[in-house]
Design a protein around this ligand. Structure first.
Ligand SMILES: *Cc1c(COP(=O)(O)O)cnc(C)c1O
Length: 418
C-alpha cells in the first residue's frame, strides 16, 4: 500500500490522502489496474476540495458558488483584532469593520456575526428571551437553507406573537398585540420576504408605521443593500433593484435595528450585520451567544475592505457591483472573442439574475455564448471547473459573472469540447 501511495506522489496531494486513496483502491479487491483506480480516488479527493471555479451561470449571488465573489489574499500576519493601538490596552473586535458599517448606514453602532441567520438569532436572544416578539403572519417565512423564522424564534427563547393574516396585516394588528399585557412584547420584527412574493389582495405594515409603536422595530432586511440611492454607482440605482429595502433608509424610517447578510447585495464575505441603536447593539454584544457567533479576523478584514470601498463610493472595487453594472455591449465583445478563439458555440443575448434569494423574478440583460446540447458535466470536469447552465437543451455561458481574466479558461474549456 505504501509503495502504491508513493507512486501517486506526482499528484501533489499530502501523503496521508494518497494512503487513503491507495487503501480504497486495494479494498476494491481487484489487483488489475490498481494504480489507475487509486489515481481516480486521488482525483475525486482533489475535486472535493475547495477551489476556484468559473461561474458562467449568470447568477451573481450563487449560494452553491459561495454567493458574492470575493478576492482575498492575505499574507500571514498578526492584526490589532482586539488591541487598541492608541492605548495599548485590550480593544474590541467590533471597533473596525463594524464601526465602518455603522458609519455607512448612518447607525449609532453595529456588530458583526457569522451570517444573517445568526444576526437574527442573536437579536432575538438578547432582546426578547422569555418575552414576546411580534411578527406578521405574512412574514413567517422560510428563506432557504433551513432558515425558518418560527424556528429561529424558538431557538432564541423568544415567544412568537403572530399578528394579522398571511395576506393582510395592518398597523392596528401590531398595536393590539403590543398593548396586550399577556404578550409581554419586547419588540416587533419585520422580515423581508426575500425570495417570494404575495400578490393580489395584500396589505403590509411599513417600518414607518411600526416605528410609532411602543417597542423597538427590528427589520431583517436580508440582502444588505446599504443605501437605496447607490451612491457607489455612477448611474445611481439600477432598475432591477426597485423595491429592495436598504439599511440606511430602513433605519431612517425608524427601525431600531436592521440585520442583513454580508455576502448578498452587500458584496462581502459571509457575515451577518446588526446595526442601529447603540444601547440595543450593546445588549447584543454582551449576550453570551455573541461570543459563539463572532467572526474571525479574515472575515472582518474582508468586510472592512468592502466597507471602505463603499465609503469611497467606488462600486468598481466591489466585485458584485462591478459585475452587476457591466454594459451588455462589453459582454458582447468578450463573447465574440470567446467564440472566435474557441471555435465553439455562438454569441447570444441572455439574462443574468441577482440570485442569493434576493429579488425574485428580476433579470439583468446579459450576453454570452450558447451551444446546442448539455455540456455541463464536461465543462465542470476541467481545471478550473466551469459551471454553466442548461435550458431548452442548450448550454448557456453568461459572461457577466466571469472575471475577464477567466475568459481564457472559458475559451480553453469550450475548445476542449471540440
Ligand atoms: C438570506 C436571509 C437570511 C439568512 O441570511 P444568511 O446570511 O444566509 O444566514 C435571513 N433573513 C433574510 C430576510 C434573508 O434574506
Amino acid at each position: 500500500m505504501d509503495t502504491l501511495a508513493r507512486s501517486l506522489a506526482d499528484t501533489g496531494l499530502p501523503h496521508p490522502l494518497l494512503v487513503d486513496a491507495a487503501r480504497a483502491a486495494i479494498a476494491e479487491g481487484d489487483p488489475e489496474d490498481v494504480e489507475e483506480r487509486a489515481r481516480r480516488h486521488v482525483h475525486a479527493a482533489a475535486r472535493a476540495m475547495l477551489q476556484p471555479v468559473v461561474n458562467t451561470t449568470g447568477v451573481l449571488l450563487h449560494t452553491n458558488l459561495g454567493r458574492a465573489p470575493l478576492a482575498v489574499a492575505a499574507d500571514a500576519a498578526f492584526t490589532n483584532l482586539e488591541l487598541d493601538l492608541s492605548s495599548g490596552r485590550r480593544g474590541s473586535r467590533h471597533a473596525h469593520a463594524a464601526a465602518l458599517l455603522a458609519r455607512l448606514c448612518d447607525a449609532e453602532d453595529a456588530i458583526v456575526v457569522n451570517n444573517g441567520a445568526s444576526a437574527v438569532l442573536l437579536v432575538l436572544a438578547a432582546l426578547a428571551t422569555g418575552r414576546g416578539a411580534a411578527v406578521s403572519r405574512g412574514e413567517l417565512v422560510e428563506i432557504g437553507g433551513g432558515f425558518r423564522v418560527p424556528e429561529v424564534m424558538e431557538q432564541s427563547g423568544a415567544k412568537l406573537v403572530e399578528v394579522g393574516t398571511t395576506n393582510r396585516t395592518r398597523r392596528a394588528d401590531f398595536a393590539s398585540a403590543v398593548e396586550n399585557p399577556a404578550n409581554d412584547t419586547a419588540l416587533v420584527l419585520k422580515v423581508h420576504q426575500s425570495n417570494y412574493r404575495i400578490v393580489g389582495f395584500t396589505e403590509h405594515v411599513a417600518v414607518t408605521e411600526m416605528a410609532s409603536l411602543d417597542v423597538p422595530v427590528v427589520a431583517d432586511i436580508g440582502s444588505g443593500l446599504i443605501d437605496a440611492a447607490c451612491p457607489w454607482l455612477n448611474d445611481g440605482p439600477p432598475a432591477w433593484l426597485a423595491g429592495e429595502p436598504a439599511a440606511r433608509q430602513t433605519l431612517a424610517d425608524g427601525a431600531a435595528l436592521v440585520t442583513f447578510s454580508g455576502d448578498k447585495l452587500f458584496g462581502g464575505p459571509q457575515a451577518g450585520i446588526i446595526a442601529g441603536r447603540a444601547d440595543l447593539v450593546n445588549q447584543c454584544a454582551r449576550h453570551p451567544l455573541a461570543r459563539a457567533l463572532r467572526p474571525g479576523s479574515l472575515v472582518l478584514s474582508a468586510l472592512q475592505q468592502v466597507a471602505l470601498a463603499y465609503l469611497r463610493r467606488d462600486g468598481q472595487a466591489i466585485e458584485f457591483w462591478r459585475m452587476a453594472s457591466l454594459a451588455t455591449a462589453d459582454l458582447e465583445s468578450r463573447a465574440q472573442v470567446v467564440v472566435s478563439e474557441s471555435g465553439v458555440g455562438e454569441v447570444a443575448q441572455m439574462a443574468s439574475v441577482p440570485g442569493g434569494g434576493t429579488l425574485p423574478g428580476t433579470e439583468i440583460d446579459s450576453c454570452g455564448v450558447v451551444r446546442d446540447g448539455d455540456h455541463t458535466a464536461a465543462l465542470r470536469a476541467g481545471t478550473p471547473p466551469v459551471i454553466a447552465r442548461v435550458s431548452d437543451g442548450r448550454t448557456w455561458l453568461d459572461l457577466r459573472t466571469v472575471v475577464p481574466d477567466d475568459d481564457q479558461h472559458v475559451i480553453a474549456a469550450l475548445k476542449a469540447l471540440g
